[in-house]
Design a protein around this ligand. Sequence first.
Ligand SMILES: Cc1cc2nc3c(=O)[nH]c(=O)nc-3n(C[C@H](O)[C@H](O)[C@H](O)COP(=O)(O)O)c2cc1C
Length: 155
Amino acid sequence: MPALLNAEVREFANRSVLCWLATADGNGQPNVTPKEVFAIVDDDHLVIANISSPVSAKNIGVNPKVCASFIDVFVQKGFKVVGTASNVRPSAHDYSKWAAPLQAMVGDRFPIHSVFAIKADSVEKIVAPSYRLYPAETTEETQIQSALRTYGVTR
Ligand SMILES: Cc1cc2nc3c(=O)[nH]c(=O)nc-3n(C[C@H](O)[C@H](O)[C@H](O)COP(=O)(O)O)c2cc1C
């Protein structure tokens, strides 16, 4: 079976500043918050550092179904990963395997309390509607220029 978190998904994850993690509590109440310290560790798993995410951690404890999405805000493309999470604590035998790429990102600057390890069940591409609605006039470069204007960024 082809890898769900393939090279293209990895590339977008690397280019995306944030991912947004959606969890839900036992009553189905959704919770969505941004996480900057995240990485794809292998063909099936995305990991997110729990630095300051008590509600996400609690929700994953009662309901492991999660969704994470990330986009390159300039190109306006990215991916949505639907999966099953576990909250891996430092006492777990395989903790260092999941934490290593995240610790490499933060060093000693931010303490990581645990790692949300998400096994991908499905992956879907996210693209700005312009790519589909106006294909003749929409390219990655036009989207980048438009996003730069929107965010007031000069480069
Ligand atoms: C730009 C940005 C990046 C963040 N990155 C992380 C992160 O990587 N890990 C983390 O635990 N919290 C991160 N946070 C903080 C959480 O989003 C924040 O504490 C949030 O309230 C946690 O909500 P939760 O308990 O519902 O997960 C970040 C916040 C911002 C604004």
